[in-house]
Design a protein around this ligand. Structure first.
Ligand SMILES: [Zn+2]
Length: 620
C-alpha cells in the first residue's frame, strides 16, 4: 500500500503540531548556556538535567557527607520549582500545608503522600506510575514521576559546581538564592522568587526541605554504587535535601544531608518539608555507551547483593574427561587438586554449587566461527589427537567438555545477575584465553571468558565488561575478540616476551576500541610486589574510569612461584591481594558482580593453594 505524498505530509505536520503542543518544549537562554525546559501536560515546568559525573559529599563537614566519591548520573527531568499547593489540589488530594498560599510550596507532606502525588501525576499524563502503592517500592524503569534519588538531587543542586553552594562559598550570597532562617520571617514564600542555580532550578537551598527517594544511612557513602546510586535497600528514615525556611546557613549547603521518619500516615511531616519530582529522560545511557540497562539488574527486586555475600562454584566431573597427552601439564589432575584442597580446607561446603550445562552453538558463535566449531566437533569425534596444532591435544570427549566449560561460565553469570550468588569461581577446563575466532591455541579450544562477556552483554543487557587476565601468558584470543570494541576493557599483565608472543604495551586496541586493551608486560621473575604495583597503578584507575557493569577474571595461576611453566614468583597470598583489588573494583562499580574463570596453573600444589586463597577473598 502506498500513501499519497500530500496525505503523508499533512499527517506529519499534524503530528508535529501535536508534539509541540503536548511537550511545550522550549529552550531558555541562561547564563550557563541553553537549558532545555518543558511544560508537562499537567502544567509543571521541568528542566533537563544532563548526564555526567560529579563529586558527591564534602570533606571536613558532617561525617555522613564523607567520603567524597565520584558518581555518575544519567540524564533526567527535574521540576524547576518545589511542588506548590495549587498543583497538589488538582489531584484532589487534600492540602496539608500550614502556610497556605496557592504558590507556596506544599509542606507538612509525609514521604508516602509525596509518592502518591507522583503516581497521580503520572496517571494524569498517561505515564507508568513508579511506586507500588502496597510496598512503596520504586520502579526506576517506569517512565512516570518519582522522587529524586539523593545523588540526583545533589548533582542537580550543584549544577557542575564543587563549592559549598552553586554560587560559591560566600555565605553572604545565600540571601539572594534562598528563603532560610535569616530572611524568611519564619514562613514559606511563593516559589521562584529567589535566583535559580546555573541549571535553572529554584529554591534548592531554602523554602522547604525536599524528600528524596532514598532511605537514609549515615554510612552509605562508604559503599555507595558509582552509577546512579539509589541508597540503601532498607532503612527507617528517608533522606531530606536542601535547606528550609527555618534552616541555618550550614544546613543549606549542596552536600548537606538530613532525614525524617515521617514515612507512614501516622505522623504529619513538619511544615518545613516538601518535595519536587523527577522523571527519567528517555535514552538513558551509561558513560559513553548507548545500551539501556537491564531493569532486573538496575533495580534489585529480592535481596541486595551485599547482604547475600555468597560465592558460587562451577565444577563438574565432566571436566576431567578432556584427556591430554601423557605428561602434559594441562591435566585433569589440576581440577582434582583444586577440589581436594577446597574440601580439605572446609571451603567447598560453603560454596554454592552451580549447575553446568553445555553452551549452545548460538552463544559459541558470538566468538567463534561456525566452521571452527564444526571442525572442533569433528576432530574430537574422529579422535584426531590434536586440534589445529600440537599444543592442543584432544580426546573424543573434549568437544563436549569444552562446551560444558563455556556453559559453566554462562551459568555462573546467570547466578550472579540473578543475585543467587554475589560472585563465582569456575573451576573449568579446557582453558580458553588463547582460543581465537577460528583457531585453537595454547591448550584452549573455546574462549570461555570471551563467550561469557558476549553473553553478559546480549543476554543480560549489561553493556560494559572488564576482563582482568592475570594468567602468566598473554590472552591473545580474548584480546583479538574485543580489540576494536570499546564496550570491553581487556586488561592483561603477563610475562613478556613469552608464549604466545603477543601482548606488548603498544597493543592498545584499534578503531573505537583504541585504549580499551591494556597490556602490561612483565619480565621473568616478577613477584607479588610487581603485580600489586601494576594492579594499583594501571588496573585500578583505568577500571574505575571505565566503570564496568560486570567483571570477569581470566584467573590463571601459572605466575605462581612453583609453576612448571611460568617462571614468575607470585605467591598464593599475592593472588589473594590481586583478587581483593579486582573485587573492590566490582563492588565500587557494579554491586560486586564478578565471575572468575580458571585459565592456566600447572604446579598442582601452587595451583590449589592459590585457588583456595582466591576463593577465600571472593567469599569475604
Ligand atoms: Zn597461562
Amino acid at each position: 500500500m502506498t500513501i499519497p505524498y500530500r496525505e503523508l505530509m499533512s499527517k506529519a505536520l499534524c503530528l508535529l503540531i501535536v508534539l509541540i503542543i503536548v511537550s511545550g518544549c522550549r529552550r531558555v537562554e541562561d547564563e550557563a548556556g541553553t537549558l532545555e525546559v518543558i511544560t508537562t501536560k499537567t502544567g509543571i515546568e521541568m528542566v533537563k538535567i544532563p548526564e555526567g559525573w560529579f563529586d558527591m559529599g564534602s570533606k571536613g563537614s558532617s561525617p555522613d557527607e564523607s567520603p567524597v566519591h565520584k558518581v555518575w548520573i544519567s540524564s533526567f527531568w527535574m521540576d524547576r520549582y518545589e511542588v506548590v499547593q495549587e498543583q497538589f489540589k488538582k489531584f484532589q488530594i487534600s492540602d496539608p500545608s500550614h502556610f497556605k498560599d496557592p504558590n507556596n510550596p506544599l509542606e507538612q507532606i509525609n514521604w508516602t503522600d509525596a509518592t502518591l502525588f507522583c503516581n497521580e501525576r503520572s496517571l494524569a499524563e498517561g505515564l507508568e506510575p513508579c511506586y507500588d502503592e502496597e510496598t512503596w517500592e520504586c520502579n526506576f524503569q517506569a517512565n512516570g514521576y518519582r522522587l529524586p534519588t539523593e545523588a540526583e538531587w545533589e548533582y542537580a543542586c550543584r549544577a557542575g559546581t564543587a563549592t559549598n553552594f552553586s554560587f560559591g562559598n560566600d555565605v553572604r550570597n545565600l540571601k539572594g538564592h534562598a528563603w532560610f532562617a535569616e530572611n524568611s520571617s519564619e514562613k514559606t514564600h511563593p516559589v521562584g522568587q529567589k535566583k535559580s542555580n546555573p541549571w535553572g532550578l529554584y529554591d534548592m537551598y531554602g523554602n522547604v526541605s525536599e524528600w528524596c527517594n532514598d532511605f537514609y544511612s549515615e554510612n552509605y557513602y562508604k559503599n555507595s554504587e558509582q552509577k546512579n546510586p539509589k541508597g540503601p535497600i532498607k532503612g527507617k528514615e528517608r533522606v531530606l535535601r536542601g535547606g528550609a525556611w527555618n534552616s541555618s546557613v550550614d544546613s543549606c549547603r549542596s552536600s548537606y544531608r538530613s532525614s525524617d521518619p515521617s514515612i507512614d500516615d501516622t505522623c504529619l511531616a513538619s511544615d518545613a518539608i516538601g518535595f519536587r519530582c523527577v522523571r527519567n529522560a528517555s535514552n538513558n545511557v551509561s558513560p559513553g555507551k548507548n545500551m539501556v540497562k537491564n531493569p532486573a539488574v538496575q533495580e534489585s527486586k529480592g535481596k541486595p547483593a551485599r547482604e547475600i555475600s555468597k560465592t558460587g562454584l562451577i565444577y563438574d566431573d565432566i571436566y576431567l574427561e578432556h584427556k591430554t597427552t601423557a605428561g602434559h601439564p594441562e591435566t585433569s589432575q589440576r581440577l582434582v587438586a583444586i577440589t581436594a584442597r577446597l574440601k580439605a580446607s572446609g571451603l567447598y561446603s560453603q560454596l554454592i554449587k552451580l549447575p553446568s550445562k553445555p553452551v549452545s552453538t548460538e552463544w559459541l558463535a558470538t566468538v567463534h566461527s561456525p566452521e571452527y566449531i564444526q571442525r572442533a566437533k569433528r576432530s574430537c569425534q574422529n579422535n584426531a589427537g590434536y586440534l589445529d596444532s600440537m599444543d592442543v591435544p584432544i580426546s573424543a570427549e573434549s568437544y563436549e567438555v569444552a562446551l560444558v566449560a563455556a556453559g559453566g561460565v554462562l551459568s555462573a553469570i546467570d547466578a550472579v545477575v540473578e543475585k543467587k550468588v554475589t560472585n563465582a569461581f569456575c573451576a573449568v577446563r579446557p582453558p580458553g584465553h588463547h582460543a581465537l575466532k577460528d583457531k585453537a591455541m595454547g591448550f584452549c579450544i573455546f574462549n570461555n571468558v570471551a563467550v561469557g562477556a558476549k553473553y553478559i552483554q546480549k543476554k543480560h543487557n549489561l553493556s560494559d565488561i572488564l576482563i582482568v587476565d592475570w594468567d602468566v601468558h598473554h590472552g591473545n584470543g580474548t584480546q583479538a575478540t574485543f580489540y576494536d570494541d570499546p564496550s570491553v576493557l581487556y586488561f592483561s599483565t603477563h610475562r613478556y616476551p613469552f608464549y604466545p608472543g603477543t601482548g606488548s604495551e603498544a597493543e592498545k586496541g584499534s578503531g573505537k576500541g583504541m585504549n580499551y586493551t591494556i597490556n602490561v608486560p612483565l619480565p621473568a621473575g616478577s613477584g607479588d610486589a610487581d603485580y600489586l604495583r601494576v594492579f594499583k597503578e594501571k588496573l585500578e584507575p583505568a577500571a574505575l574510569a571505565f566503570s564496568p557493569d560486570f567483571v570477569l577474571i581470566s584467573a590463571g595461576f601459572d605466575a605462581h612461584k612453583d609453576d612448571l611453566l611460568g617462571g614468575m614468583k607470585v605467591t598464593a597470598e599475592g593472588f589473594a591481594q590481586l583478587t581483593q583489588i579486582v573485587k573492590d573494583i566490582s563492588e565500587k562499580c557494579c554491586e560486586g558482580r564478578l565471575v572468575s574463570v580458571l585459565e592456566g596453573g600447572y604446579g598442582l600444589e601452587g595451583l590449589a593453594s592459590s585457588v583456595e586463597a582466591h576463593i577465600q577473598v571472593l567469599m569475604r
